[in-house]
Design a protein. Structure first.
Ligand code: SF4
Length: 225
């Protein structure tokens, strides 16, 4: 018997320019999935509303916006909190020639495994507990990296005034593959106060990794969505 189609909770679908990480500046359609359990201190995507989308309806919506884009960004909230929906939607998007760019908090490695074949690029966060003011997820991040490193992957860490060096060292020690690009992203709300700290942290990471860049959230600076 065919599996019953699962619908998704989607907060927004829009077209814009990628503002974070190593693909900054490329045109994308964004699917912002609703919901995230984590509650990071610096979260700027606290979503209040969503609409229910079937996989077919979402495909139709993104297809209207897709002319000339590089890829489809599946973001949130946390997309990997809706794996059952994405198991229907991502194959459909791939059949229609979309390149899939997944933005994730890097915790649900089991969910990632189930979707991996449909994903092209993974923008993975490592959540430093002194930044998020939440518990640590070192074991989950380690497993996630093991699964994600099969794909085109980069890692992002948000740096705040409260971020501790020991967290940064621990996070870098998880990155066994030295070629994985690492982005240090300053907390937008503290942007002007983080210059020195970012430079120091970059040098510290450069002792272990080949590519470490400091990139702020360009969408906030340039007024992109
Ligand atoms: S993981 Fe992302 S969406 Fe979830 S609370 Fe943290 S910053 Fe917000």
């Amino acid at each position: 018997m065919p599996k019953k189609i699962v619908n998704g909770k989607v907060a927004e679908v829009f077209r814009s320019i990628q503002g974070e990480g190593i693909y900054v500046g490329i045109p994308q359609v964004f699917v912002r999935m609703y919901g995230c359990q984590l509650g990071c201190s610096f979260c700027d995507t606290l979503l209040e509303k969503y609409d229910i989308f079937s996989p077919q309806r979402l495909l139709k919506e993104i297809s209207f916006l897709a002319n000339g884009i590089d890829s489809l960004a599946i973001t949130g909230g946390e997309p990997l909190e809706q794996v059952e929906f994405l198991k229907f939607f991502l194959p459909l998007a791939k059949e229609n020639n979309f390149k899939i760019y997944l933005e994730t908090n890097g915790i649900n490695y089991k969910g990632l495994k189930e979707l991996l074949e449909f994903i092209d690029i993974i923008a993975m966060d490592i959540k430093l507990p002194s930044s998020t003011q939440r518990k640590a997820f070192w074991r989950e991040h380690q497993r996630f990296l093991e699964v994600a490193s099969e794909k085109n992957l980069f890692v992002k860490m948000v740096i705040c005034l409260a971020t501790e060096e020991q967290d940064l060292r621990k996070a870098v020690s998880l990155l066994k593959e030295k070629k994985i690009p690492l982005i240090l992203q300053p907390n937008t709300f503290e942007l002007n106060k983080l210059g020195e700290k970012l430079e120091k942290f970059q040098m510290l990471c450069k002792d272990y990794l080949e590519e470490v860049r400091i990139i702020p959230q360009m969408q906030r600076l340039l007024g992109w969505r």
